[in-house]
Unconditional design. Structure first.
Length: 165
């Protein structure tokens, strides 16, 4: 009598994209990303002439949702909210996650400047570096000392940003 062996084969698991990733067009933030984002927001809050925001979708085509946005001081209306903000910030800050590549950033940079944004920061946590981009200029890259954004006058210590102290 022949016996048949039954073998169960698991189907490959389809990689699902979270609602966060679908809505924002970027990977879900990691621990380092989240801590770095909150650290930058805390440091930037010392600049009272600005309104600092995070994860605000800009009314661009295609839409963009930077990690941190720096606006001129804004009076907020708590009874009226905006899903997509038409008023462009002075600066946007993008923090690379471990799975994010530069391709997406290269596409966003000219759109940001064409929309009137004055500076764009690219934070690369793995190498503890921040590049500050201004229109029609080579980026200034900071890995030690003090970051200086000529468009806003913001100055931040890299050791405070990357919590080396």
């Amino acid at each position: 009598m022949d016996t048949m062996e039954t073998v169960e084969v698991e189907a490959p698991v389809a990689q699902t994209i979270s609602d966060y990733e679908k809505e924002r067009g970027k990977p879900m933030p990691s621990l380092n990303h989240g801590i770095l984002q909150s650290t930058l927001i805390a440091l930037l809050s010392a600049y009272k002439q600005f309104t600092i925001g995070s994860e605000i979708t800009l009314d661009l085509s295609p839409k963009a949702t930077p990690d941190i946005l720096i606006f001129n001081k804004r009076k907020l209306n708590w009874q009226h909210d905006e899903k997509r903000v038409a008023e462009m910030p002075l600066t946007v800050i993008e923090i690379l996650s471990g799975t994010q590549g530069m391709d997406n950033f290269e596409e966003k940079l000219p759109r940001y400047f064409n929309a009137g944004i004055k500076s764009v920061w690219l934070v690369q946590p793995f190498i503890e570096t921040i590049a500050v981009f201004l229109p029609n200029q080579k980026p200034k890259v900071f890995s030690t000392g003090e970051l200086v954004d000529d468009a806003t006058g913001i100055r931040l210590s890299l050791s405070e940003i990357f919590q080396e102290e």
